[in-house]
Write a new protein. Structure first.
Length: 216
């Protein structure tokens, strides 16, 4: 699979390397591709380093992991390239603290939307899913491929996005677990009950059931 990774911070860079190690063709992006290319040299599995629009066009699937403050700009740069592609949102938004109806108390974007729902509004032609945003890279590195497998929650309402995201999660050594549609991403984002909750796969059903009580 060809995977474009938008955002080469700690999470994006780590996911890019792991995807390449898993046999995928990977292009990773940042605002400064030459600087990033120097950082990636000697890192093991080969990675292409491209400007943001080209990496979005390269991927059959795109992992979207810029800082939230840069997310709208990244969407504006890649909207056409993302159309009809699976895009995995690994961001954690910066809530405004005033969710509307249907939001969790104290978290969420304006109107009670999840960050994923906000991205869908910005780029509705993409096929969005949410994953890889609940744990730090330190936890992911420690738990990757070790039994019991660490749960990676997936939020989407599109079948192709769910299937592609599940495949990548498994390839990287984690256990995919479906948590619901785009609004359920509130559970996994900043301030949500599943955020930074390290859950073994056999406990995922109970953890999600408890978290869902807070979603209405």
């Amino acid at each position: 699979m060809r995977i474009g990774v938008i955002g080469a911070g700690q999470l994006g860079g780590t996911l890019a390397r792991w995807c390449a190690e898993s046999g995928h063709e990977v292009a990773v992006t940042s605002r400064h591709p030459e600087r990033l290319r120097a950082e990636m040299d000697g890192g093991g599995a080969p990675l292409r380093v491209m400007p943001i629009p080209q990496a979005a066009a390269f991927g059959d699937v795109v992992i979207f992991s810029p800082n939230w403050s840069s997310a709208r700009e990244a969407i504006d740069m890649t909207r056409d390239a993302l159309a009809d592609k699976v895009v995995i949102d690994a961001t954690n938004p910066e809530p405004d603290g005033a969710p509307g109806p249907g939001g969790l108390a104290g978290i969420g974007m304006p109107g009670g939307l999840s960050g994923l729902e906000t991205l869908i509004e910005w780029a509705p032609e993409a096929h969005w899913a949410k994953a890889f945003n609940t744990m730090s890279t330190e936890v992911l590195s420690r738990r990757r491929g070790h039994d019991p497998l660490l749960t990676e929650y997936v939020c989407t309402d599109q079948l192709d996005a769910r299937e592609a995201t599940v495949r990548i999660i498994r390839d990287l050594g984690f256990a995919p677990f479906y948590a619901g549609g785009p609004h359920a991403a509130l559970l996994t984002e900043t301030g949500g009950p599943l955020r930074m909750l390290e859950v073994d796969v056999q406990d995922a059903t109970d953890a999600l059931a408890e978290a869902l009580v807070t979603l209405h």
